[in-house]
Design a protein around this ligand. Structure first.
Ligand SMILES: Cc1cc2nc3c(=O)[nH]c(=O)nc-3n(C[C@H](O)[C@H](O)[C@H](O)COP(=O)(O)OP(=O)(O)OC[C@H]3O[C@@H](n4cnc5c(N)ncnc54)[C@H](O)[C@@H]3O)c2cc1C
Length: 339
């Protein structure tokens, strides 16, 4: 789909809110159709939940851990626009734990990661389109048949024919509501209620604390996922970095707990789970308020043609990295079919 050339009859100026995978995919595709795009990102760099933190001589993925590529268009898109070296298969042993405590293997399926870190993909994609970082879009205001955008501090961001919002649903709803578009904002109420938080902790061990798996879906009141980040392709550095994700329920209960206390508690849970007696020599934590969506109606994307506003993102299409890509490509197709 992405390498079809479309003869657009009208070149539009399109603003894209958010530079995660959905926003960058939409921007690249619209630009390849001849439109004039600008991406606005509130954070310092692109990537969204494809996120990594720099650590001594290396980096560790604290958001998405890996991605699938069931859509046959996904890997060719990444190879073309992010480059074939920006991602690779993760040849790990993945286990999920039964309620009995036994470990079972994940179903056979290729799993991919950005290399040398997850953000390598979005960094490389972002080179193709103009991205205005550290710019939180605060309001949209009607100007003729288009939109004038304003940053949170009031700065004028320009006028656009159409706007695509790829923020998680709570942030998308707030932007729509602050723009006087309550009738669109209220359509996101169910999606907002389904978004779950996640505490992520990365811990460095001088030696391998658990030799049986590289990725584990756990049965533990605190822990949901544990992975050996150092086993992913292209990672370097001494010792091993492990990533621990708390369960949604535990994260919700500990939303206001101090980050270092969260790190201590999740490392204790990890030691209880694995029986490893040692302690990490370095730890860091990150709280994701909007980590993942808990099912619900997921129409793929939302396109309000009469308003020239589209919404895309993982939460509209399966809640994962590949879903973000699918959502953005679906929205761009819907916009293209409008002419
Ligand atoms: C802890 C964790 C683990 C995960 N594990 C996996 C996994 O193993 N496999 C998998 O497939 N998926 C996983 N996911 C989910 C995956 O990360 C997401 O599905 C995907 O990255 C979402 O991409 P997106 O572009 O839809 O949204 P995002 O990446 O959230 O991008 C939205 C962007 O919008 C920006 N933004 C928001 N509001 C504004 C505004 N007003 N103005 C400007 N910018 C704004 C944000 O800063 C952000 O950069 C995980 C997520 C988390 C948090």
């Amino acid at each position: 789909m992405f390498n079809q050339t479309t003869d657009v009859t009208v070149i539009r100026r399109v603003a894209i809110v958010g530079s995660g995978l959905a926003g960058l995919t939409a921007a690249i595709l619209l630009q390849s159709h001849g439109h004039d795009v600008t991406v606005f990102e509130k954070s310092r760099g692109p990537g969204g939940r494809l996120a990594a933190k720099r650590v001594n001589g290396s980096s560790v993925d604290i958001g998405a851990q890996y991605f699938t590529a069931r859509n046959p268009d996904f890997l060719p898109f990444l190879a073309r626009y992010a480059g074939p070296d920006s991602f690779a298969k993760w040849h790990g042993r993945f286990g999920f734990q039964a309620p009995t405590g036994d470990w079972w293997a994940f179903p056979e399926e290729p799993r991919y990661v950005g290399q040398p870190r997850m953000t390598a993909i979005t960094r490389a994609l972002s080179v193709h389109v103009p991205v205005e970082a550290e710019t939180r879009v605060g309001k949209l205001a009607r100007r003729g048949d288009g939109w004038s955008l304003e940053a949170s501090g009031g700065r004028d961001l320009g006028e656009f024919h159409q706007v695509i919002i790829t923020a998680p649903p709570a942030q998308a709803r707030a932007l729509l509501a602050d723009s006087g578009l309550g009738f669109l904002a209220e359509q996101l109420n169910d999606a907002v209620s389904r978004v779950l938080p996640c505490w992520a902790v990365a811990a460095h061990f001088p030696e391998c604390p658990w030799p049986d798996h590289e990725g584990m879906r756990c049965q533990h009141p605190a822990l949901d996922w544990v992975a050996n980040n150092s086993s992913k392709p292209g990672r370097n550095g001494q010792g091993q970095w492990w990533v621990m994700h708390a369960s949604s329920a535990w994260s919700q209960q500990h939303l206001d707990t101090a980050p270092d206390r969260v790190a201590g508690k999740l490392v204790d849970a990890f030691r209880e789970l694995t029986g490893y007696p040692g302690m990490p020599d370095e730890m860091l934590s990150h709280r994701w308020l909007y980590a993942r969506s808990d099912g619900g109606g997921q129409p793929g994307h939302l396109w309000f043609e009469e308003n020239g506003i589209g919404l895309a993102g993982d939460w509209l299409s399966g809640g994962r990295v590949e879903g973000a890509f699918n959502s953005a490509t679906g929205l761009v197709q819907a916009m293209a079919s409008q002419g």
